[in-house]
Design a protein around this ligand. Structure first.
Ligand SMILES: [Ca+2]
Ligand SMILES: [Ca+2]
Length: 139
């Protein structure tokens, strides 16, 4: 984990870079799909949900919330990913929902840079890394 500074634009630029974003989505998806059946079960997706930082940004809930409440929130998030309600999340669903969530997060952040603790390999971390490479190239 590391502390990074990011703002809404960092996230939007990353999500709208189709090549970078699709690549990261596929990488992340295969990493999460531990039984390699091409679908994410609730247990498999849980790891991703835990790294999305959705609590601070979407719900304003303390991460130390009671476990029942956490399970309820994670469950409702899974349902959001599972667009066709078949109990599993495929690559398209994963991509569409991750994109939607990241754009919602970007909206929430706006133009004010904030500091966040980011997990290695998370999408936000990738968005920050991508931007710093771009800045380094431009310099
Ligand atoms: Ca699987
Ligand atoms: Ca599904």
């Amino acid at each position: 984990m590391s502390v990074e500074v990011l703002d809404g634009a960092t996230i939007v630029n990353f999500v709208e870079d189709e090549e970078a974003f699709s690549g990261s989505i596929s990488d992340r998806f295969s990493l999460l799909d531990t039984d390699h059946d091409g679908l994410l079960s609730y247990a498999e997706l849980l790891k991703e949900l835990q790294s999305l930082r959705v609590f601070e940004t979407h719900f304003g809930i303390d991460v130390k919330t009671d476990p029942k409440e956490l399970a309820r929130v994670y469950n409702s998030l899974f349902v959001q990913f599972d667009h066709d309600s078949n109990g599993t999340v495929d690559l398209e669903e994963f991509k569409a929902e991750t994109k939607r969530m990241m754009l919602a997060m970007a909206n929430g952040l706006g133009f004010l840079p904030v500091q966040m603790v980011l997990e290695e390999g998370s999408f936000l971390k990738k968005a920050v890394e991508r931007e710093s490479i771009k800045l380094a190239l431009a310099a």
